[in-house]
Design a protein around this ligand. Structure first.
Ligand SMILES: Cc1cc2nc3c(=O)[nH]c(=O)nc-3n(C[C@H](O)[C@H](O)[C@H](O)COP(=O)(O)OP(=O)(O)OC[C@H]3O[C@@H](n4cnc5c(N)ncnc54)[C@H](O)[C@@H]3O)c2cc1C
Length: 418
């Protein structure tokens, strides 16, 4: 039997349906091992035999999850999103510690609030921002109070707001901790294995395994095949955009999802990671900026994540000079200690978003697509996860987050679920 490094069978040697049934756990396929795919795999692995597929390596460098600043800032985000997203974000923040406890290794998670600051010339932007916040759970802070909270800040920052309940985590630590937890479980994780949508279903087309090019994953097939799953969860983020190419008149599950995901788009973001052991910030600082909010988020060991730009474009080029200058000057203007910081990386990527910038869970029979998390993936992930688990269990309205946001779930199923 060909074995993976983890000691688990390779894709070619994965268990047959009979063997899977013998394990007494129903098989479930998760497409995409970014943020949502990994979280779902961990939450489902006790009750299901999980088969996780990703086109990328286990480091997940191609995911939006890898790039993110991982701010958990429901109130600050509410200036530019709906009240419902803010409420779901507040609920998700309370759920994060419980999820993190399930991981093999610790992950930096902090809830010490965030500080929103502005220079004199941007004072009116801050006032405007404050008027757009969808809750009054903030405090206006004087420059003396700011100095007390974050002693090293530029003394020319005259106006500030303190949002006491905001949080953040270290996204790369989280992705690694989830990978380690999954590697130590009975989950079958097939990396470097792209899933493609065709007019006849999903296909597994991993480069090194060309012999499987024509195998389709059918949720409802009753054959005793390798690829029969009780549920298929599509967590491919922007990778699901390829479904758009499918014709709307095809009647397979992939194209049905395609008709719903046709409005999926990428929203460009650029992020700088720097190491500045000499700079001490207790919490993320968000600087008012005319084009987009810029966070300076202190993680551990002197690491700061600065970002992110938000540009309405699917441009996948490396970061531009303009964006890099804006991000770096924001740092330097907030705290002069950043002058000697080491630049670890400047990266760009795309956030998966629907036209309304709100997430959706789309159900089509036994296929569930979780997508459109936009700039709120970390903010909302625990709630999206709970909502999926509720759907898989057979949801009741009382347990559902659709009470707060009715359009969170779209059910396109023809057949009632069993
Ligand atoms: C610059 C930037 C900053 C951000 N900052 C924040 C923030 O501060 N706070 C916050 O809450 N959110 C933030 N986000 C958003 C967050 O990262 C995303 O919302 C979240 O990662 C989406 O999760 P996902 O699982 O849907 O997609 P992803 O994390 O992108 O995962 C999708 C996975 O699917 C895989 N895949 C794609 N196509 C295929 C295929 N055909 N076959 C197999 N596998 C496939 C990919 O390799 C990837 O691993 C930021 C995003 C960016 C880009």
């Amino acid at each position: 039997m060909a074995m993976l490094e983890s000691g688990k069978p390779s894709f070619a040697e994965r268990p047959t349906q009979e063997a899977k049934q013998g394990q007494n756990k129903p098989p479930i396929a998760i497409l995409g091992a970014g943020l949502m795919g990994r979280m779902l795999a961990i939450s489902l692995m006790e009750d299901y035999q999980v088969f996780l597929f990703d086109k990328d390596s286990k480091e997940g460098q191609q995911s939006a999850a890898y790039l993110a600043a991982a701010m958990l800032a429901p109130l600050a985000e509410s200036a530019d999103c709906s009240r419902e997203i803010m409420q779901l974000g507040e609920m998700a923040l309370a759920l994060w510690p419980g999820f993190l406890k399930r991981l093999d290794t610790p992950v930096f998670f902090q809830q010490k609030g965030s500080l929103i600051v502005a220079f004199e010339q941007d004072k009116s932007d801050l006032k405007q921002f404050k008027s757009r916040l969808k809750s009054s759970d903030y405090k206006v802070v004087s420059d003396a109070e700011m100095e007390q909270m974050e002693p090293g800040l530029n003394p020319h920052l005259k106006s500030g707001l303190y949002l006491p309940n905001e949080g953040q985590l270290d996204n790369r630590q989280l992705l690694n901790a989830m990978a380690s937890t999954l590697n130590n479980s009975d989950v079958f994780w097939f990396d470097h294995m792209a899933i493609e949508s065709t007019s006849s279903g999903f296909q597994v087309a991993g480069e090194p395994l060309e012999s499987f090019l024509n195998e389709s994953i059918h949720c409802n097939s009753r054959s005793n095949s390798h690829n029969q799953f009780d549920w298929v969860l599509d967590c491919r983020g922007l990778g699901a955009q390829a479904d758009e190419a499918l014709k709307a008149d095809a009647c397979d599950m992939a194209s049905n999802i395609a008709s719903s995901t046709k409005m999926l788009r990428g929203v460009r973001g650029e992020v700088v990671r720097i190491r500045a052991p000499g700079v001490h910030l207790t919490r993320p600082v968000r600087l008012m900026h005319p084009r987009y909010p810029i966070y300076i988020a202190p993680k551990t060991d002197g690491l700061f994540v600065v970002g992110a730009t938000q540009i309405e474009s699917e441009d996948t080029r490396n970061p531009t000079v303009r964006s890099t200058l804006e991000l770096l000057s924001a740092c330097f203007s907030v705290h002069s200690g950043f002058a000697e910081a080491e630049i670890l990386g400047i990266e760009s990527g795309l956030r998966p978003a629907y036209l309304d910038n709100e997430p959706k869970i789309i159900i089509k029979e036994r296929l569930v697509s979780i997508n459109g998390l936009f700039r709120h993936g970390y903010l909302l992930a625990p709630v999206m996860l709970q909502q999926c688990l509720t759907i898989l269990k057979g949801s009741t309205d009382e347990e559902s987050f659709t009470q707060i946001m009715p359009k969170l779930v779209e059910n396109h199923s023809v057949k009632p679920r069993r």
